[in-house]
Ligand binder design. Structure first.
Ligand code: DGY
Length: 299
């Protein structure tokens, strides 16, 4: 799909994205906007090299793409100076390689904070009140009448939500937080320091009835250790929006009644996704214009 075919600057989006505001912003700055309509969910490096072609001023890409040395080299050869990741997380982007090839990188912080917090709270409540399990119970035709013990809640989410939240700062001891928390919601970026931040040892420090939520990146949690922990501790609950080998789940996870799993939808509201893509388009313009001495013109 092509917008403003005669535009001077070629900007490629690797996916079709919501709304048209982002397209208008680019078109107003004399960009020709090309949107990839390929049905494949995840584009390979080769697919993206073909999209970049011989001339490309900037790319808006996705967190599922591997933006490393090969792509930044291709983008730079095509004259590109901007890569804008439509996500706050940028673990899929090798910023050092981008810098080496003179490509500026943008991400979309801020616009998805509330929407993500909303999903984390929804998963916490659903986990505490065993909503998914209860729904499955009904659909399986197992409900044959009210019982005092039927699907009683674990933990005390509402009590916990009345407490002051504790935020773990890197300088303080995480283990102390894990020992006292009723609900632990993970939101770090993924890098070397947060890979398997939650491992077997840390899981064992948590309360037996704690709720663990992950809306950040899958590898922040050692998913194999988590499956084992869920098996050993049936009252421990987990709400996962992200997975270590996304889009796949580690063996056994899907069978756990004490796990709720959803497909990376923390930022999936209309308002938020439109906000993200608008910011992504502004980042392309900002990166491209930044080095120009003549004001808002491509250098
Ligand atoms: C992000 O932006 O990093 C989220 O994971 C996707 O919305």
């Amino acid at each position: 799909e092509v917008w403003n075919p005669s535009g001077k600057y070629r900007v490629v989006s690797t996916k079709s994205m919501p709304g048209t505001r982002w397209i208008n912003l680019l078109v107003q700055q004399d960009c020709r906007v090309e949107i990839c309509t390929e049905k494949k969910t995840i584009l390979s490096v080769e697919d993206i090299i073909a999209l970049i072609g011989n001339k490309c001023d900037g790319v808006i890409g996705q967190l599922t793409e591997d933006w490393g040395e090969t792509l930044f080299s291709a983008l730079s050869k095509a004259g590109g100076k901007a890569f804008s990741n439509m996500a706050v997380g940028y673990n899929n982007v090798d910023v050092e390689a981008a810098t080496k090839y003179g490509v500026a990188v943008g991400n979309t912080p801020g616009v998805l904070t509330e929407t993500t917090a909303e999903l984390a709270a929804s998963l916490s409540l659903a986990a505490s009140r065993r909503i998914v399990e209860a729904d499955g119970f009904m659909r399986a035709g197992l409900y044959d009448g009210w019982l005092p013990h039927l699907l009683k809640a674990y933990g005390q989410f509402l009590k916990a939500s009345g407490e002051q939240p504790v935020t773990w700062k890197r300088a303080s001891s995480m283990d102390e937080v894990l020992q006292v928390a009723d609900v632990i919601s993970l939101h770090p970026i993924l890098d070397k320091t947060t890979y398997h931040l939650i491992n077997k040892e840390r899981l064992s420090k948590m309360k037996k009835e704690a709720i663990l939520i992950n809306c950040s990146r899958g590898p922040v949690v050692d998913e194999e250790a988590l499956v084992e922990h869920l098996k050993q501790n049936p009252m421990f609950r987990v709400g996962l929006d992200v997975f270590e080998d996304e889009p796949y789940m580690k063996p056994g996870l899907a069978d756990m009644k004490n796990a709720i799993v959803v497909p990376h939808i923390a930022s999936a509201s209309k308002w938020t996704r439109e906000g993200m893509v608008t910011l992504a388009a502004l980042n392309v313009l900002d990166c491209q214009f930044r080095s120009s001495k003549k004001g808002r013109q491509f250098s």
